[in-house]
Design a protein around this ligand. Structure first.
Ligand code: ADP
Length: 321
């Protein structure tokens, strides 16, 4: 079982020719309401890969909350771990998008900001040895940390996407319950305080993460584990919208581990899922299912299909054969 402990949002997307200046009213060129939130997005990708997936989080007692839950249900995500808050509204992200795709986002946490003890208790009632628990940082970090502690103690594999990284309460052992920490490049740099990626990964491992996977968009991922680096290139695709690529990576990786695949194969499936997601517009609706990922990987040449066959580097960042 995969458990996604995290945020559930509605994304309110306004398409406009340009951004309004102070005091100005503009007429939009379009408007979309999409289910989102990193927790929900990752749960959808995990379920689409065929893993039994349960969402733990909170929505408001409003129509956005109902829509979000119905959307998760349509993708096969179980919502029995989602609480309905009588006071706080469902979280929303207000996204202004200009013609070139540049965007400005304001997030209203709403019910996501209320996630705490009761969701941790829900997680505790669901988690069992062998489960995979994935988390992100759009709910209070104190709850994330406690959920990680409990999941780890129960024998689950724990994944943390530290996004947004500013929510992380940094400390010497902050990632001690995390098996896989999966920041993107900017998050790795922000958390570690260094722009050198290999230094950054090493510092994050020093804070307790067993394996650090840095997501680098069209450059693939860098893995750091037990003092060694491995570089896994991305698949070459035509990207039209990179929204939710990281969520797709995490959901597919978690599902693959849950399905008993080894780490290398799980990374390959996650990199493939991320690549397919960027070829389509949107978040949850752009994510591939397990059959599409398998077809995509089957169509690739053998030499890109192994992590161990990729470049490895020593701790100084020198390439080794
Ligand atoms: P995030 O959304 O968290 O910033 P990334 O943009 O790095 O994460 O995307 C996650 C993964 O998806 C990447 O590591 C890569 O494997 C895949 N991916 C993202 N963008 C592209 C792209 N333009 N081409 C191919 N693969 C991509």
């Amino acid at each position: 079982m995969v458990i996604s402990f995290g945020s559930i949002n509605m994304d309110l997307v306004v398409l406009c020719d340009r951004l309004p200046v102070e005091g100005e009213t503009l007429v939009a060129t379009g408007w979309l309401v999409n289910p989102g939130g990193k927790g929900a997005n990752q749960a959808v990708q995990s379920s689409r890969m065929g893993a039994q997936t349960v969402m733990v989080g909170r929505v408001g007692e409003d129509s956005f909350g109902q829509q979000a839950l119905q959307g998760l249900g349509r993708y096969g995500v179980e919502v029995r771990g989602v609480a309905v808050d009588a006071a706080a509204p469902t979280g929303v992200a207000c996204i202004l998008v200009e013609p070139g795709g540049a965007n400005r986002i304001v997030v209203v946490p709403g019910a996501n900001g209320e996630v705490g003890r009761s969701e941790v208790a829900t997680l505790q009632s669901l988690v069992a040895p062998g489960a995979v628990v994935m988390m992100q940082c759009e709910v209070p970090f104190s709850a994330v940390r406690e959920a990680a502690r409990i999941a780890h103690a129960e024998g689950a594999t724990v994944l943390l996407d530290p996004s947004p990284w500013q929510s992380v309460a940094l400390g010497p052992h902050v990632f001690e319950d995390i098996d896989y920490l999966t920041p993107n490049e900017r998050e790795a740099q922000g958390l570690s305080g260094t722009s050198d990626l290999q230094d950054a990964a090493r510092r994050l491992a020093d804070m307790g993460a067993r394996t650090v996977i840095v997501k680098r968009g069209a450059d693939g991922v860098v893995l750091f584990h037990a003092g060694r680096f491995a570089v896994v290139p991305a698949f070459v695709v035509t990207a039209v919208d990179t929204t939710a690529a990281g969520d797709s990576f995490q959901g597919a990786f978690a599902a693959s581990l849950d399905q008993g695949l080894g780490e290398d194969e799980a990374v390959m499936r996650a990199v493939a899922a991320g690549a397919l997601t960027v070829t389509r517009r949107g978040a949850q609706q752009s994510m591939p299912d397990g059959a599409e990922v398998a077809r995509f990987l089957g169509a690739q040449s053998g030499d890109v299909l192994s992590v161990s066959g990729s470049k490895t580097m020593n701790q100084k960042g020198e390439e080794q054969t």
